[in-house]
Design a protein around this ligand. Structure first.
Ligand SMILES: Nc1ncnc2c1ncn2[C@@H]1O[C@H](COP(=O)(O)OP(=O)(O)OP(=O)(O)O)[C@@H](O)[C@H]1O
Length: 254
């Protein structure tokens, strides 16, 4: 939610957030109930993790997007509690935009500035930098990525993959502690997908990635498989992918 985080008027950099008595290294979903379209969807769902690279898979409608929206405060549990590193997503909702960066499938829904450098610089200004400092930080990041020549390019003239790369950089420059990506690669070719995966792996933030392309989870620490609003499996990517493929094969053969 680059756009969401960066449009917050009362943005509080998480380094300045008051210490919470329950500050923790974990992301926790505790006994959460939630309805969708008036029907119970999550019932007493619980999850807890602190691994750096976590994936989320499941068929269409299984609840992946709903689950990640609980983590950035875009949705609120009806029962139970959701906390990110000890910060309650409801009671401390104002901190979520700084703690949790969000990337959607469609970069056009996230970009709000005319040029690449402005898109990146805005996040730095939110962190308290002056306009000049923010532009210098944006240029430094573009240089580090080998794409300094993009600085003054209009974002409308970038390809989908280039836009998604800028969106990811615009979120990473704000140093969120958790980066959530909801189907970020679906319209991208293989080389761009690999480049963006590398970018994610090189960052030291916690990552939660939703993808229908199972090959992206190769180097992930943990994979969670959702089905009909429940956790069907949770383990290493190899274990969970093999169980998922078996289930898909047996449902196709039924
Ligand atoms: N805006 C909405 N209003 C009401 N119900 C919704 C809405 N969006 C999704 N749902 C319902 O919530 C449930 C979970 O959907 P969700 O989008 O979380 O699934 P998903 O696993 O992310 O699916 P996909 O892989 O298709 O993106 C589904 O039953 C869906 O019909």
């Amino acid at each position: 939610m680059a756009w969401f985080a960066r449009k917050q008027k009362n943005y509080i950099p998480h380094e300045e957030a008051p210490l919470h008595p329950e500050q923790s290294e974990h992301i926790c979903i505790e006994q959460v109930d939630l309805q969708r379209a008036g029907d119970p969807f999550f019932q007493q769902i619980s999850l807890r993790w602190n691994e750096k690279r976590v994936g989320l898979i499941g068929n269409n409608g299984s609840g992946k997007s709903t689950l990640v929206r609980l983590l950035n405060g875009l949705m609120m549990p009806e029962q139970g509690r959701v906390s990110v590193f000890g910060y309650d997503t409801v009671k401390q909702a104002a901190l979520m935009p700084a703690l949790v960066g969000f990337i959607f499938q469609n970069p056009d829904h996230q970009m709000i500035f005319p040029t690449v450098a402005e898109e990146l610089a805005f996040g730095c200004e939110q962190l308290g930098q002056t306009t000049q400092e923010a532009r210098a930080s944006a240029l430094a990041l573009l240089r580090e990525q080998g794409i300094e020549s993009w600085a003054d390019r209009p974002v409308t003239q970038l390809s989908e993959g280039q836009k998604q790369r800028v969106c990811i950089l615009a979120v990473l420059i704000m140093k969120p502690r958790l980066l959530i990506l909801d189907e970020p690669f679906s319209s991208l070719d293989l080389p761009t997908r690999r480049l963006l995966l590398q970018l994610i792996h090189n960052s030291d933030t916690h990552v939660l990635l939703i993808s229908h392309d199972l090959s992206v989870y190769d180097e992930f620490d943990r994979l969670i498989w959702m089905e009909k609003g429940q956790i069907r499996a949770d383990g290493t990517p190899d274990e969970v992918i093999s169980r998922y493929i078996d289930a898909v094969n047996s449902s196709v053969n039924d």
